[in-house]
Design a protein around this ligand. Sequence first.
Ligand SMILES: [Zn+2]
Length: 147
Amino acid sequence: MTKLRDIMTVHWPHGWVVYERTPINSKGQFKSVVGLVAGLTRPELKIIEVSDVVCRETLYVFLHECGHVNCGHFASDDEESLPLAQHEYEAETYAINAMRAGGLSVPRKTLKGAREYVRKCIEEEPDRIQTKEVLKFAYGSRWRQHC
Ligand SMILES: [Zn+2]
C-alpha cells in the first residue's frame, strides 16, 4: 500500500485534487455524472476522479489520468487537433512506464485492456490518420493491416 501511495505522489500533477471514489462493481467503476467510469479528468476544475487506489489495477487508472495531465493534453488547443487514439495511447504508455519505473509490473489483464481501449478509440475516428506507434500498440504485429 505504501508503495502504491509513493508512486501516486511522484506522478500526482501539481495543483490538482484527486478524489478516490468507491467502486460499485468488480471492474472498479464508479458512478459519475457521465455514467460508469474507472477514471475521469476534469481539467476546468483540476480534478482527477478514480476508484480507490488499492491495487495495481486501480493505480494504473490513476496513472493513466495523470498521463493526460502530465503529457499536456489539456494545456493547449492540440486537444482538438490530435486523434483521440493518440491521447489515449500516450496516457496508457505514461501509466505503463510509471508502473515499471516504480518497480511494479503491469497486470496482463490491464495491458490487454489498454490495447483494446486504444483500438476502440481508433475505430471511433476511422478517418483520422494514426501514427505507427499507436497502431503497433493497438494491433501488435498485425499493425500494417490497419494503416
Ligand atoms: Zn484516457
